[in-house]
Write a protein that binds this ligand. Structure first.
Ligand SMILES: Nc1ncnc2c1ncn2[C@@H]1O[C@H](COP(=O)(O)OP(=O)(O)OP(=O)(O)O)[C@@H](O)[C@H]1O
Length: 256
């Protein structure tokens, strides 16, 4: 077992001093090497779930376990990647990838070797001396993935990494990320608003309710080629899975 949420509730105190329950009684497990997506309405607590996995927030009730250890603060098990790449503009790509390793005190020569290996895996060999502004949006996200993988996390957390990209770049990048993640065998949790993306990339999908978010459905995606979403994309079952999620989100009821 790589990740487990046991009866997790998270309450925030808002600016006006009121309590806001972001997620309520969340229970799920993610197995080692599994790719799980989390979908749900805006504000239902998806990012809060990632933040609690990374140890940035503590649950108000319940417990989070990563690799059988209870999460009590930021830890080295988890690598986090956001919608915005957050590459440092004054550093070239290879030293951006090395950044997390510097913070962990990895020796200089090993840092460089690990960064170069991850850049190669993310199809960025030859771009190590470029600066972020010289790369396309998709390439920057691949560099950010390389940086996340360089710290050798046991779990990779992806918070809408494709949502700011145009449709074609998105498809290509989903394919590239899926291939890289399959190659590394990393356990992955992806947050997305894109139902098709969840079906194309995942082994399993957790559907959350409106806030306070709780798991209303777990859908196992029984399709081959998780490592190559472009191949899954043409399978007729994809739209059936998307329709199933759509139903759990009760989107028809909200349509006006
Ligand atoms: N640090 C915080 N303090 C107070 N409230 C917060 C804090 N972080 C999140 N919230 C609130 O908790 C709820 C869940 O937020 P969260 O960002 O996890 O949702 P989300 O599902 O990721 O949203 P979206 O899909 O819009 O990105 C929201 O109502 C948000 O305003």
């Amino acid at each position: 077992m790589a990740l487990e949420f046991r009866s997790v509730t998270k309450e925030f105190t808002t600016g006006t001093g009121q309590n806001l329950v972001a997620v309520n009684d969340i229970n799920f497990r993610v197995n080692e090497g599994e790719f799980v997506s989390v979908v749900g309405p805006s504000g239902c607590g998806k990012s809060t779930i990632l933040s609690m996995t990374a140890g940035l927030y503590q649950p108000t009730q319940g417990e989070v376990f990563v690799s059988d250890d209870r999460v009590s603060g930021p830890n080295a098990h988890v690598g986090f990647m956001l919608q915005k790449d957050l590459l440092l503009p004054w550093r070239n790509i290879v030293s951006n990838v090395e950044f997390g390793l510097e913070a962990r005190g990895v020796a200089k020569s090993e840092r460089r070797d690990r960064a170069m290996a991850e850049l190669k895996r993310c199809h960025l060999a030859g771009f190590e001396n470029h600066y972020p502004y010289q790369l396309s949006g998709g390439m920057r996200q691949r560099a950010a993935l390389a940086r996340t993988l360089a710290i050798k996390p046991e779990i990779v957390l992806l918070d809408e990494p494709f949502s700011a990209l145009d449709a074609q770049t998105k498809l290509l990048l989903q394919n590239s990320f899926a291939g890289t993640i399959a190659q590394t065998g990393k356990t992955t949790l992806l947050i997305t608003h894109d139902l098709a993306e969840a079906v194309l990339m995942s082994d399993r999908i957790l559907v959350l309710s409106e806030r306070p978010g709780t798991v209303v459905a777990e859908i196992k995606v029984d399709l081959p080629h998780r490592e190559e979403p472009l191949r899954r994309r043409v399978m007729p079952e994809v739209s059936d899975y998307a329709a199933q999620i759509f139903k759990h989100l009760k989107l028809e009821e909200k349509a006006i």
